[in-house]
Design a protein around this ligand. Structure first.
Ligand SMILES: *Cc1c(COP(=O)(O)O)cnc(C)c1O
Length: 443
């Protein structure tokens, strides 16, 4: 805030000097402890509770969104080995990337095509369940397919849901909320893409646009919602429900890795690279993975050069008390899902003992990677999602000290690297073409 003394901070945290200059960095977290913070605020029970709740809703999801019927109404994405991309990365960046490279395909999550289909949809479902149970219309032993009944749509239409978003969270909450019958308002920051606003409006969602960035859109949404007792505000900066919904992914991933016989243990380290905006999505996943794999998982968050809010918050210990503008960065990036200037305090503190570090990534890399992934693997991911792809490259280039300190150097050939692809399937064709032509424009 106003009192952030940059000169003192740079003196104490020399890496901040490079961050300020907009250079790609790798920050290693000195506070990692390989165990979860136990402050009573959040426990793994809450993740298990979320997994069970999602199971209860699966019979409803299956009928309401037929694209999930093959998965029995469970919203999940596959993991995929990306060998061609791995080879291209090695050749292009002149590195050796030992171990297996996998993509966690959240860009293809059903219903809303991004990682927000985890947390966002979960919080809407939980709110709906609470309301229906409180009013005596639902019991947890019912078949939730009954929520398809017009009676429920009528019932939920008395209630409102509001959220502030750069786009994808708004999409997830708008689509799910409108399907159940809620009146949904999405407060969109200026970064939000036009097609996301149009898609929401076409579903009857009320979209309010702001000239300001994400933090102010959230603030405005929160203020308006507080005035209305029938409105549930989904608070991307502080929500424990969102976080729980994201964390369920770790239980699912554990099963998927077992199915393809990928071991994670003392001799087989797992590296996971997650694009980070305000922190809830990657934070929830990281929490779940740490609870399951402990010291055998090494988690890194990637952020744009101009929006490294989690990196600076965790490095300085100031968390939400420092914004990227305080150190002279613009928070302007093509990675709209990551255009967040101030991190969640709740998540940053929780990540302190958990994640291995954060790195920053150039927007140009995001587009090179977008084209590479499309050409090599025939996979389309939106720019934000490519912040994960830079993780293994940056680790190999800058992470030697970390690998030595954790005795991992010899184990790297037996390691698994998971790039968490966070979004893409909803991007319309014309927008895809525009992204795919970026290379020509740049050269
Ligand atoms: C929201 C989002 C993220 C990051 O999630 P946060 O909870 O904001 O940290 C990453 N990638 C995409 C595509 C997103 O939409």
């Amino acid at each position: 805030m106003e009192n952030v003394n940059i000169y003192k901070l740079v003196k104490n945290f020399p890496l901040l000097g490079d961050v300020r200059k907009g250079e790609p960095v790798l920050w290693i977290n000195p506070n990692k402890q390989n165990q979860l913070l136990n402050n009573g605020e959040f426990t793994f029970d809450m993740v298990e509770d979320a997994a069970t709740r999602l199971q209860r809703f699966s019979s409803y999801i299956k009928v309401a969104f037929p694209q999930t019927s093959q998965q029995e109404g469970i919203i999940e994405s596959p993991i995929k080995e990306i060998v061609s991309m791995q080879k291209q990365i090695e050749a292009k960046y002149e590195i050796e990337l030992p171990g297996k490279l996998l993509l966690k395909c959240d860009h293809s999550l059903p219903i809303s095509g991004s990682i927000k289909a985890r947390g966002g949809i979960y919080e809407v479902l939980k709110y709906a369940e609470n309301l229906a149970i409180q009013h005596g219309y639902l019991s947890i032993h019912d078949d939730y397919a009954k929520l398809q009944d017009p009676f429920f749509k009528e019932f939920f239409s008395q209630f409102k849901i509001a959220v502030g978003s750069t786009g994808n969270l708004g999409l997830s909450i708008g689509i799910m909320g409108a399907k159940l019958g809620f009146q949904v308002t999405v407060h969109m920051s200026h970064d939000a893409k036009t097609w996301k606003k149009q898609m929401l409006r076409s579903k009857g969602v009320h979209v309010i646009e702001y000239e300001s960035d994400y933090s102010l859109a959230v603030e405005e949404g929160r203020k308006q919602a507080e005035l209305d007792p029938t409105c549930h505000f989904i608070d991307d900066e502080n929500s424990v429900d969102l976080f729980s919904g994201y964390a369920v992914s770790a239980l699912r991933l554990q099963k998927q890795l077992q199915e393809v016989n990928i071991q994670v243990d003392e001799n087989h380290p797992l590296f996971v690279y997650l694009p980070c905006g305000v922190g809830g999505g990657p934070g929830g996943v990281a929490y779940g993975l740490k609870a399951i794999y402990g010291e055998h998982v090494h988690i890194f968050f990637g952020e744009p050069l101009q929006s490294p809010c989690m990196l600076i918050g965790m490095m300085t210990g100031l968390h939400d008390q420092i914004a990227v503008s305080d150190i002279g960065l613009t928070n302007v990036t093509e990675a709209d899902g990551l255009a967040v200037g101030r991190a969640s305090k709740f998540v940053g503190k929780m990540m302190d003992p958990i994640i291995s570090g954060c790195y920053t990534v150039d927007d140009d890399f995001l587009f090179d990677s977008l084209i590479g992934m499309y050409e090599q693997e025939n996979i389309f991911m939106e720019p934000s999602a490519h912040a994960g792809v830079f993780g293994p490259i940056q680790l190999v280039k800058e992470g030697k000290d970390y690998l030595e300190a954790t005795y991992l150097v010899e184990k790297m050939t037996k390691s698994t690297h998971i790039v968490w692809s966070t979004g893409g399937d909803m991007v319309p064709t014309e927008q895809r073409q525009e992204y795919l032509q970026k290379r020509n424009r740049n050269k």
